[in-house]
Design a protein around this ligand. Structure first.
Ligand code: ATP
Ligand code: MG
Length: 241
């Protein structure tokens, strides 16, 4: 994945040909994670393609992506013309995959994708996504797609498109409030047919990318957004403070 410790959390990395959904609120680091995945691919001699519908993130990351696109190591489909159907975008993508012999594909993000397709095609967006997954699976590429997660803490949703059950793996990112600070946590929710970590880990975003820390111990209610310190039972004898 190109993020230290993430392969370990996934139970040995993301198997080739799998699709991974990275769900998280805005600014949680989805695009940075996706960029790391593509950069690692380039390092291993696996060309990649990014289908971007988003504003690019911080400058340093734009430069990393830009450099790779310019060097021909990463293909870019940046579709902002609002009159395309999903199938046309998928066709463009397939042509580029074959041309570049790409093995890694990033779709950033599903919400941007929905906005980019013409309104007349939005009604059957889910069906089109389903077809796209089938086509990409047929080509054997490993796909990472991002999805915005609403900042709702009462339920654990991954994507409004029902894309979650179609993907082989899910990583969820969240903000939590600890001592009046926002911290980021990440967990692997599923990896089909694989044993993976079930820990909720803190992570930070630095100039070098995502740095995953340790498991969040001593707190409970993390997915509720406002963790509380676990109560420890200490026996105190009466009369002896
Ligand atoms: N050099 C850096 N040092 C520290 N934090 C950084 C750095 N670069 C980016 N960030 C953090 O990363 C965040 C952006 O990450 P990213 O663009 O990957 O988020 P995202 O999940 O893709 O958001 P969106 O859903 O809005 O596209 C910034 O809000 C900032 O907090
Ligand atoms: Mg993004």
């Amino acid at each position: 994945m190109g993020v230290p410790r993430l392969d370990e959390m996934l139970g040995g990395g993301l198997p080739a040909g799998y699709s991974l959904l990275v769900a998280g609120p805005s600014g949680s680091g989805k695009t940075i994670l996706a960029t790391a995945f593509l950069t690692e691919g380039v390092r291993c001699g696996e060309p990649g393609i990014i289908v971007a519908f988003e504003q690019m993130p911080s400058q340093s990351w734009v430069r990393t992506l830009d450099d790779m696109v310019r060097a021909g190591q990463i293909g870019l489909i940046n579709s902002r013309s609002p009159d395309l159907s999903i199938d046309e975008i998928v066709q463009q993508l397939c042509n580029l995959i074959l041309k570049m012999k790409a093995t890694r594909v990033v779709i950033d993000s599903l919400s941007g994708f929905e906005l980019a397709v013409a309104p007349t095609f939005r009604e059957d967006f889910r069906e089109s996504l389903f077809r796209m997954f089938a086509v990409l699976a047929g080509l054997g590429v490993t796909v990472l797609m991002t999805s915005e997660l609403e900042d709702r803490y009462i339920d654990l949703r991954f994507s409004p498109y029902g894309a979650a059950f179609l993907t082989d793996a899910i990583i969820v990112q969240r903000y939590i409030e600890v001592e009046s600070c926002l911290q980021r946590v990440m967990a692997v929710v599923k990896v089909r047919a694989s044993t993976h970590s079930n820990e909720i880990r803190r992570y930070e975003i630095t100039a070098d990318g995502i740095v995953i820390g340790d498991q969040v111990l001593n707190y409970e209610g993390i997915l509720g957004g406002q963790p509380t310190l676990k109560k420890t039972t200490v026996k105190v004898k009466e009369g002896k403070p």
